[in-house]
Design a protein around this ligand. Structure first.
Ligand SMILES: [Zn+2]
Ligand SMILES: [Zn+2]
Ligand SMILES: [Zn+2]
Ligand SMILES: [Zn+2]
Length: 258
C-alpha cells in the first residue's frame, strides 16, 4: 500500500516564521505538510504560500490543546498555533506523473514520474530514464505495458524486469558481438551490468576496457572498429572518447549510395 501521507491542517491560526527576521501572520489558513517535511501555509490569495519551510529537519505537532505545529530547519523555525480548528487529516498520497497504462493487479492507474508506479496499490517498476512507455504499445502477457529502450537495437520489454529482462535481451543481441579494441588484447566484449549496461572486455581485470552501452541504435562501424550509435544527440562511437565516429559514418553513407 501507499505509505506516504500528506497532512492537512485548517483553521484560524497564528503563524510565526523566524529566521533572519520574524514575521507573524494571523488568518484562516490551510497548512500542508508533505512526506519530505515541506510545510506550506496557504491563505486565500494567489498561488504562493503565505509562509513555508522546505524539507524541514523536524516537524512536530501537538493536538492536545487545539493544535500547534513546529517545523525547524537550521536557524529557521515555522510555528503554527490554531485558535479555532476547522480540520485535521492525513491523506494517502503518491507522486503524480504522466499516465502510462493500467495496473493488471488492481486496475489502478500506472503513472511515470521517476520510475513507474501504480496509484492504486503502490507497486513500483524502475525504468531507464530514456525509456518510452506508450499505452498504445502491446501489453505483455502479464498485463503490464511494455517499454521501448534503445541499447544498440530498439528493445520492447515488459516494465517488470522479473517478467522480461532488458539485460537478457541486450546480452542475447550483443554479447561477444564486438572485439576489444585494445591492440594487444584478443578479448570479446561481454554485456554486463555495472550500474548501467556496459560492454566490457572478457579479460577483466587483466584488461579493463569497458564502455557504457549508449542509448541509441547501432548504425554502422567507426573508424576504430567499434560500432557507431545513432543517439538523440547525434552519431557517436561506442567509445565516448573516440573522435573517429564521423569518419565511420561517412564510409557507411557512401557504401549505402553505391
Ligand atoms: Zn496496482
Ligand atoms: Zn510482463
Ligand atoms: Zn581487452
Ligand atoms: Zn571509434
Amino acid at each position: 500500500m501507499i505509505d506516504d501521507a500528506i497532512r492537512v491542517l485548517a483553521g484560524d491560526c497564528t503563524v510565526i516564521a523566524e529566521g533572519d527576521d520574524r514575521q507573524e501572520y494571523r488568518g484562516r489558513v490551510t497548512t500542508i505538510v508533505k512526506p519530505d517535511n515541506t510545510v506550506l501555509v496557504h491563505d486565500i490569495d494567489g498561488y504562493q504560500p503565505v509562509a513555508w519551510l522546505t524539507r524541514a529537519d523536524s516537524v512536530s505537532s501537538d493536538r492536545r490543546d487545539g493544535f500547534t505545529l513546529v517545523a525547524k530547519k537550521d536557524t529557521q523555525t515555522l510555528r503554527l498555533a490554531a485558535h479555532d480548528q476547522d480540520g485535521f487529516a492525513h491523506y494517502p498520497s503518491s507522486a503524480a506523473g504522466t499516465p502510462v497504462g493500467t495496473c493488471p493487479d488492481c486496475g489502478g492507474a500506472l503513472v511515470r514520474s521517476s520510475g513507474v508506479h501504480c496509484v492504486g496499490c503502490g507497486d513500483r517498476y524502475g525504468v531507464p530514464a530514456d525509456a518510452t512507455i506508450r499505452d498504445d504499445q502491446c501489453d505483455c502477457d502479464c498485463g503490464l505495458p511494455k517499454m521501448r529502450v534503445e541499447r544498440g537495437l530498439a528493445f520492447n520489454v515488459c516494465l517488470d524486469r522479473n517478467c522480461e529482462s532488458l539485460d537478457a535481451a541486450v546480452r542475447e543481441a550483443f554479447d561477444r558481438e564486438w572485439s576489444c579494441p585494445e591492440p594487444n588484447c584478443d578479448g570479446d566484449l561481454r554485456i554486463l551490468r555495472r550500474g548501467g549496461l556496459i560492454a566490457g572486455c572478457e579479460h577483466y581485470p587483466d584488461c579493463d576496457t569497458g564502455f557504457a552501452v549508449p542509448a541509441g541504435v547501432v548504425d554502422g562501424e567507426c573508424g576504430c572498429g567499434l560500432p557507431t550509435f545513432e543517439t538523440a544527440s547525434g552519431i557517436r562511437c561506442l567509445d565516448a572518447t573516440c573522435e573517429r565516429a564521423l569518419e565511420g559514418t561517412v564510409t557507411a553513407e557512401s557504401a549505402a549510395d553505391d
